[in-house]
Write a protein that binds this ligand. Sequence first.
Ligand SMILES: CC(C)(COP(=O)(O)OP(=O)(O)OC[C@H]1O[C@@H](n2cnc3c(N)ncnc32)[C@H](O)[C@@H]1OP(=O)(O)O)[C@@H](O)C(=O)NCCC(=O)NCCS
Length: 173
Amino acid sequence: MARASVLVQRLTPADARELWELIDRNRRHLSRFGDDIAGNYLTFESVRDRIDKPPQGVWEYRCAIRDAETAQMVGFVKLTLLPHLYRVVEIGYWLGEEFTGLGYATKAVRFLTHLALTDPEFAYVQVRAWVHSDNLDSRKVLARAGYTEHGPDPDRDGLVRFSISPAGAENLS
Ligand SMILES: CC(C)(COP(=O)(O)OP(=O)(O)OC[C@H]1O[C@@H](n2cnc3c(N)ncnc32)[C@H](O)[C@@H]1OP(=O)(O)O)[C@@H](O)C(=O)NCCC(=O)NCCS
């Protein structure tokens, strides 16, 4: 796999087993910057239930990142509607460690950001992201995807805020 070509597809119940296996073999990798991704999913049932029964009152668009040629699941990316703001979503993402360094995350973030800001079905006015200041790989993903860095967020300890608006998404497709 010298180059990554990606598919970003909304999660369905049929994805639960593959997602669980990807999380379960990447617990240390997913916890490097204090994220609780792996800690939220200690059993297969917890992954399956999260897909089957999304929490009430939270709008999320949760997707698998897949290699376009093999269809193997390589990671995860999601949009979450931020409450109390007008049509602003947060993006979050991760890859299995064995799939890093190939461009999957950058391509998936570019794709979903473009969709969020330009597709009439979504048409959000801004996408935001928060990244631990030491997470240089993640900061580089957002920079490559056209996001603007705003520096440390005083309301979120240790996290740097990024954002992109529709004008910034014009060249992302
Ligand atoms: C953050 C994370 C997704 C970044 O993964 P990544 O592999 O560095 O990101 P990408 O998939 O975009 O790959 C980029 C790397 O592939 C290289 N690459 C190769 N082909 C590429 C291509 N066609 N397009 C873009 N990059 C490419 C880039 O040069 C870059 O390597 P470099 O940093 O050495 O220059 C990953 O480290 C991760 O899952 N971490 C744990 C969870 C986490 O931190 N999530 C984010 C929370 S905010």
